[in-house]
Design a protein around this ligand. Structure first.
Ligand code: SER
Length: 596
């Protein structure tokens, strides 16, 4: 049986044998991308390179990448959806195209030296064509050339076979690869088009030829790229002859730990409880990865921290459905750390931080639940006077808004006393609250991609100038703690214990504007990381870099390891103005600045 650790290794080794350089996966928290909270696909960190920036490791790349997608958080619990998954990826940046990509994928899947899957169990889809691009006869032809029977190729529309990471960014037609999960051998003529429920997608090869600039505009990319992503958990599932990711060795030990906490519950005994076990297993795995990331976040009420809190609270609620009263998440989290540290050593490095954060959040939430239940009991005598046995949505919302008490629990408590909650009224109040809430996290659940427009590129260059100016004015202790760019402004977090004075801010601003006035050339060089550091280039502490890195130099002023992109001369930036300086966290200050 091939384990997930073996699959990861085989994939990388295979593509290395085909001339690909192994690059390391990146943090789950994207730097400089205001449109998403998490890295949502294996290709996400590669967007600048798919758009045309040269990659320091070359034109053929491979890696494994942890990803988090919480758009369909409420579907998690079925056999195939996960909020945290790993993608195995290979890329061609203007090197090979459809023919080689298809041949590589098929060889890896069926060759006796690699995965040795039964070719009779595999089918594919290709793009049927529309106003953007023609029917992909090329891909279909290349599939037939490697031996794919005609009736295993389905031509599907853009909703299935056009891949884009977000509303803007690189995109193109794709060909997707499926494995039969319908039992026995697939009947003749069966493919994803005729029999969608019995084929599980395992790999997606995207032929990225366009950049979507806005809703109406597709621009041809400078090069024809290949971006493929194989789902590690799903492929492990079929390699192990299973039909659900939760039956594999990726999840079984986590499930065993949860069942042990639930008084020895036997997985498989009760479908409702099984679903809760799967939800806890998925959410605890995601949460452990999110907290244990090199740029890990902690539960909070905004942004990524808010998503984390939602995951943990949903896990705790489902734990209660399994009859678990107290704190229990550190058991399964320890299993996650132990089982994934081989591929993600940061989990072991952050073991104490992860476990502490989980216990703290559990205690906090259990307190919330207790208070909420108490408040509900106080309301009960009045509620019972209502002859229709309906609890108003307004009251349920008050429990949520004031005490953080989840609506599902209010509904449960109400049901225990023979009542129903007016859910419509609750949803309405909740929606209003969301519109008012400035957290903005919900918009970000679905994902999208950083915009690499001209304006954000300028802000990116300005950020380098700002960091250097801060260092020159305030001292060498300045280190970047976070950066976030939109088309409206830049935001920069840096280590510094005291507020920056007005005079200091004026000096920093003047120094940046001076570099803009000097119209310094911005140049890029590829070098070894050690060389870059030795040459005085700034690098982010704790960030994982490739062996070869890109170094951006702005005249004699700034030198930084960075993926880019940047403008060609600082003179293009316009006038730089600091809008605001404030505290961001203990020992971390935050600056907002604009280009005018
Ligand atoms: N970008 C594609 C996906 O995420 C392939 O890597 O499915």
């Amino acid at each position: 049986m091939i384990t997930s650790n073996e699959l990861r290794r085989k994939y990388i080794d295979f593509f290395k044998s085909k001339g690909h350089a192994e690059i390391s996966g990146k943090s789950l928290i994207p730097e400089n991308d205001p449109t998403v909270l998490f890295t949502t696909a294996g290709m996400h960190p590669l967007v600048p390179y798919l758009l045309g920036e040269p990659h320091p490791a070359g034109k053929r790349l491979t890696d494994y990448q942890k990803c988090v997608r919480t758009g369909d958080i409420d579907e998690v619990g079925d056999p195939a959806h996960l909020t945290c998954f790993e993608m195995l990826g290979n890329w061609s940046l203007g090197d090979y195209f459809k023919k080689e990509s298809i041949a590589f994928s098929y060889e890896f899947l069926i060759s006796k030296d690699w995965l040795a899957l039964d070719p009779r169990m595999i089918s594919v889809t290709v793009f049927a064509g529309d106003e953007n691009a023609p029917r992909d006869e090329d891909s279909a032809g290349f599939w037939k050339a490697v031996g794919m029977p005609e009736d295993r190729i389905a031509y599907l529309p853009a909703s299935d076979n056009w891949w884009a990471a977000g509303p803007t960014g690189p995109c193109g037609p794709d060909t997707e690869i499926f494995f039969w999960v319908g039992g026995g051998l697939p009947p003749a003529g069966s493919n994803k088009g005729t029999d969608p429920g019995n084929w599980m997608e395992i790999w997606n090869n995207v032929f990225m030829q366009f950049n979507r600039v806005d809703e109406k505009t597709l621009v041809k990319l400078p090069a024809q790229n290949v971006d493929t992503g194989m789902g590690l958990e799903r492929t492990t599932t079929i390699l192990q002859g299973k039909t659900s990711v939760y039956q594999t060795e990726v999840f079984q030990p986590i499930i065993a730990a949860i069942c042990a906490s639930a008084g020895g519950y036997v997985y498989g005994a009760d479908p409702e409880k099984d679903r809760s076990v799967r939800i806890v297993a998925d959410h605890i795995r995601s949460s452990t990865f999110i907290i244990g990331d090199p740029k890990g976040v902690l539960p909070s009420n905004v942004g990524a921290g808010y998503v984390l809190r939602r995951l943990l609270r949903r896990a705790i609620r489902h734990g209660r459905k399994l009859g678990i009263e107290g704190s229990f998440l550190s058991g399964p989290a320890t299993v996650v750390i132990d089982n994934f540290q081989l591929a993600y050593p940061e989990l072991a490095d952050n073991r104490a931080k992860i476990l502490e954060a989980l216990v703290a959040e559990e205690n906090k939430f259990l307190e919330t639940l207790k208070t909420g239940e108490h408040e509900f009991e106080k309301m009960l005598p009045n509620l019972l006077k209502n002859p229709q046995k309906i609890m108003s949505g307004r009251l349920a919302f008050k429990l949520y808004d004031t005490y953080g008490f989840p609506i599902e629990l209010t509904e449960e408590l109400a049901a225990e006393s023979g009542m129903k909650v007016n859910r419509e009224e609750f949803d309405e109040a909740f929606k209003k609250h969301q519109e008012l809430s400035r957290a903005g996290a919900d918009q970000l659940f679905k994902g999208g991609l950083a915009d690499h427009s001209e304006v954000s590129t300028k802000y990116h260059t300005a950020t380098h100038l700002l960091q250097e100016a801060l260092t020159r004015v305030l001292g060498p202790h300045i280190a970047q703690k976070g950066s976030n760019i939109t088309t409206e402004r830049l935001r920069f977090d840096f280590s510094h214990t005291a507020p920056v004075t007005k005079e200091e801010l004026e000096k920093v601003e003047a120094l940046v504007n001076e570099q803009i006035a000097r119209d310094l050339p911005v140049t890029m060089e590829i070098m070894k990381l050690e060389e870059a550091k030795a040459s005085g280039a700034r690098a982010l502490f704790g960030e994982k870099y490739e062996e070869n890195v890109k170094v951006y130099t702005m005249g004699d002023f700034s030198k930084e390891v960075c993926g880019g992109p940047h403008v060609e001369r600082t003179g293009l930036l316009g006038k730089f103005r600091i809008q605001k300086e404030q505290s961001s966290a203990a020992g971390v200050r935050r600056i907002y600045a604009v280009l005018e």
